[in-house]
Design a protein around this ligand. Structure first.
Ligand code: NAP
Length: 320
């Protein structure tokens, strides 16, 4: 089978398309014929060797794939050959024609969701769901700012928050991104490249402030976020690419808090909750993964370069 292999940590050019043996599922494992694989920012940090988790080399990247079950190992009853599934982590890597996953890592893909959309489910929707339900404990009566609403996590968060009944404000850095956030359910959108946009956001809340901020770039925004919060407001840090200095007094007066999360540290109970919520939302049409760009698997290096560039419009997926 064809698979992307990384033999050494480095730039996008270390992603090589190779012929490797198709794996066979052992007991408790599932072999999935991957039709599309989602590209996430963390894939690039891992490939560069700068991520907290360093895989043993060589490895095939990718936790998010969608396809059809090819075969199952001994003892697997959850899925059978021919079932449509998405993966939430894999054993052998999703940037490949076939991927091994543990039975608990495969989940049914509703009939109304195609494979490219299925490749954009786990990390984006899992993170957005976890941020809103488990970390922020969001309520329908609240106002949320999705700071970075045009990317994978952001579009998922807009759809989930809107379905939960919140007032949804979103930011993006291009007109396409702003249109996308609006189309997916944001009540109002703001350009995070425009100077003074934070004041516009505050005015949009009648100067009351935000109950929740989902933050995709904390190293740039966190200090200012604390000034945009309402009483008992909370910032949920999802993404950060560096250090930042904040003034704790901004939090004290508002009884506000900053929480952070990483999807890999959720509990099994939270994960079960997330998959149940995602399945229901996909099936009833409130969750609709947005594929902004599809590239052949051979162009994984280009996908890794482009995902870190400004101008997101949903997910980048690799077609296998
Ligand atoms: P993505 O698809 O590449 O989207 C990036 C988003 O950040 C876009 O909406 C982009 O907007 C926005 N952005 C750019 N500059 C910004 C600024 N100054 N202020 C606010 N937003 C800005 O990435 P993603 O998959 O959505 O992930 C977003 C971040 O969360 C990444 O850093 C990722 O590593 C992290 N993440 C963390 C977890 C976790 O477990 N903690 C899970 C998933 C993702 P424009 O392109 O329109 O400017």
């Amino acid at each position: 089978m064809k698979a992307i292999r990384v033999h050494q940590f480095g730039g996008p050019e270390v992603l090589k398309l190779e012929d490797v043996p198709t794996p066979k599922p052992s007991a408790g494992e599932v072999l999935v014929r991957i039709h599309a694989a989602g590209v996430n920012p963390y894939d690039t940090y891992m490939r560069a060797g700068t991520y907290a988790v360093k895989p043993a080399l060589p490895y095939t990247p990718g936790s998010d794939g969608a396809g059809v079950v090819e075969a199952v190992g001994e003892g697997v009853t959850k899925v059978k050959s021919g079932d449509r599934v998405y993966t939430a982590r894999t054993v052998s890597g999703a940037y490949a024609e076939y991927a091994l996953a543990l039975a608990e890592q495969v989940h049914p893909l509703p009939a109304n969701i195609d494979f490219k959309q299925g490749a954009g489910i786990w990390v984006p929707y899992g993170t957005a769901y976890h941020a809103l339900y488990h970390s922020a404990k969001a309520h329908a009566s609240e106002t949320v700012l999705i700071h970075g609403a045009s990317g994978g996590v952001g579009t998922a968060a807009v759809q989930i928050a809107r379905a939960m009944g919140l007032m949804v404000l979103g930011t993006a850095g291009t007109s396409q991104g702003l249109d996308l956030a609006k189309r997916e359910g944001a009540h109002q959108v703001f350009d995070h490249r425009k100077s003074g946009y934070q004041e516009e956001i505050l005015r949009a809340t009648d100067n009351r402030g935000l109950d929740i901020i989902l933050e995709m770039l904390a190293n740039v925004n966190l200090a200012h976020d604390t000034k945009l919060l309402a009483n008992n407001g909370r910032v949920i840090v999802i993404g950060s690419r560096g250090e930042v200095t904040i003034n704790p007094r901004e939090l004290m007066g508002r009884r506000a808090s900053i929480r952070a999360l990483v999807l890999w540290s959720i509990t099994p109970e939270e994960e079960a909750d997330i998959h149940a919520g995602i399945f229901a939302g996909l099936e009833n049409g409130t969750l609709r993964p947005v594929v902004g760009k599809e590239l052949p698997i051979a162009e994984a290096a280009r996908a890794h370069k482009e995902i870190l560039e400004a101008g997101s419009t949903g997910k980048i997926v690799l077609v296998c």
